[in-house]
Design a protein around this ligand. Sequence first.
Ligand SMILES: NC(=O)c1ccc[n+]([C@@H]2O[C@H](COP(=O)([O-])OP(=O)(O)OC[C@H]3O[C@@H](n4cnc5c(N)ncnc54)[C@H](OP(=O)(O)O)[C@@H]3O)[C@@H](O)[C@H]2O)c1
Length: 218
Amino acid sequence: MNIAIIGSGSIGTALARRLIEAGHQVTITSRSPASAREAAEGSGATVVETAIDAVADAAVVFLAVPWDAVEGLAHDLAPVAAGKIVVDVTNPMKPDGSGPLFGGNGSGAERLAAWLPGARIVKAFNTIFGSNLAGGRSRDGFRLDGFVAADDPDARMAVLRLATELGFDPIDVGPLTNAGPLEALAWLNISLNIANGWPWQSGWKLVGAERAILDPAA
Ligand SMILES: NC(=O)c1ccc[n+]([C@@H]2O[C@H](COP(=O)([O-])OP(=O)(O)OC[C@H]3O[C@@H](n4cnc5c(N)ncnc54)[C@H](OP(=O)(O)O)[C@@H]3O)[C@@H](O)[C@H]2O)c1
């Protein structure tokens, strides 16, 4: 699958590396070409100059940028994003870092869906730290959950498969209105790491859940 990653920081680079290992063709782009080049060298992705170029040839696009860049990017991508699966990895935070930006009032993903009405928006991978992407496991060995929310069932299924390929246990959390709880879940884990000085290797595992068995090859 052709996959574009916009944002070549911690999570964008880790996603690129793992998606390439899983056999996908991955392009990566960033604000600064130097940063994208460095990420490409570390992951094997191909650098693309602009986000529009990256999205044009991609079936799936990962938005791995700070939240405050998302509205501008959505505006730029609107002409080329129709029909594409756009995976929102972001965790919108209050500027003072005191909590999720939209706590109790929708989510970043729903705002993105309003800014990119033609695209198929999926919330996923935002609850997973880049440090846990390498093996899909927490440092104490648990296979972590890959929570996926989207209104488009085919897009949701495609990203559940990607999560499975990357070593996570897929959990279908239903429509995009559940992106808010996923952003809150991510915030809770972030705040615990900050408060306790943990090494950013904790992650979420829902016990007792019935899981879809997804064959990544299917
Ligand atoms: N780090 C994690 O473990 C993690 C986990 C889950 C979710 N997230 C979320 O993922 C997002 C990225 O996090 P991160 O830790 O990877 O951040 P980061 O290391 O600061 O990287 C952000 C990347 O976004 C790029 N960028 C910023 N504005 C852009 C624009 N307008 N167009 C294209 N690229 C742009 C930056 O470009 P330059 O390099 O050129 O500055 C940089 O490559 C955040 O929303 C975060 O909440 C992070």
